[in-house]
Design a protein around this ligand. Structure first.
Ligand code: PTJ
Length: 265
């Protein structure tokens, strides 16, 4: 056994970065089990960096986007939640619970094709209690127009009116929009192409977003379609991204002041 395989990843709960380390290890374990692509580790690191400059909390704009996203999920006719390796490794139970709470199917859709990955992710989702898993049977797959990457291979997404894309690389949201689909993105980078193209951009860590979506879904399920439509129609994604960027600037200014107080000593 190499020293790397020998790590037992036991982190004391008192460690100041306990949460962050816990999720890092979920990603690493996911990579060993084929659930996460190698590049998923890099994507996670990039996410951590953005989370840091957001204060590692769900901001007010993110809460607004979550509410609009849940409203959109509840009024959509053929919605689908797209699942990739990172999401399956980080929040499988929560993702399955969200699918059940809003009665929406999950579809595995991967950027990095590798033998055994779809099966590994399906297993993780099944263990978390998922019954309705799509994107696993090649005979049911079609190719999405305007997309070159492996993400072009879809099942229910082809005819969906709304697709939720948590934690995604660049060009799919653009392709989905060109096909007139509503897109909900969860992306810690408010400037990514996914974030800028989506109808509802939740700039937050998926580990906080999904539990919050489940909580909000329990409340919004009591509203009628018209009330839900109002919430969605009154949401302004452009302003919300602007507000998020303003928060980041303010937070970094504060961090700078704190840092210079320490440096001045
Ligand atoms: O499993 P696959 O093959 O479908 O591949 C999945 C990854 C994530 C590897 C693939 O989609 C990829 O390479 O994505 P990117 O281009 O690195 O983009 C991922 C985006 O998600 C970046 O903008 C990150 O900041 C963001 N991100 C990373 N971790 C989180 C996150 N957003 C929300 N929550 C996170 N935990």
């Amino acid at each position: 056994m190499t020293s790397n395989e020998n790590q037992n990843h036991s982190i004391p709960k008192t460690h100041p970065r306990y949460q962050s380390l816990k999720y890092r290890h979920k990603i690493i374990e996911g990579m060993k089990n084929l659930v996460v692509a190698e590049a998923g580790l890099i994507a996670h690191g990039r996410g951590e960096c953005f989370d840091y400059i957001l204060g590692e909390k769900t901001t007010q704009p993110a809460k607004k986007a979550i509410k609009a996203a849940v409203a959109a999920l509840l009024i959509a006719e053929k919605p689908v939640i797209s699942v990739n390796g990172n999401v399956a490794a980080l929040v499988p139970d929560e993702l399955v619970a969200l699918g059940k709470a809003v009665n929406i199917p999950l579809e595995i859709n991967l950027f990095y094709e590798k033998k055994g990955r779809i099966r590994a992710i399906k297993k993780v989702l099944q263990k978390a209690g998922a019954k309705d898993i799509h994107g696993v049977d090649a005979s049911k797959m079609v190719e999405l127009e305007g997309l070159e990457s492996n993400r072009r291979k879809v099942e229910l997404i082809a005819n969906a009116d709304l697709v939720m894309v948590p934690l995604e690389d660049g060009d799919r949201t653009e392709a989905l929009k060109k096909l007139n689909k509503t897109v909900i993105a969860v992306d810690l980078n408010p400037l990514s192409r996914t974030a800028l193209w989506a109808d509802v951009t939740i700039v937050d860590n998926i580990i906080r977003t999904i539990p919050e979506m489940i909580r909000i879904a329990q409340k919004l399920k009591k509203l009628n379609k018209e009330q839900l439509r109002d919430i969605f129609d009154n949401f302004d994604n452009k302003k919300n991204i602007q507000d998020t960027l303003d928060l980041i600037i303010k937070y970094i200014k504060n961090l700078k002041e704190e840092a210079f107080e320490i440096l001045g000593k």
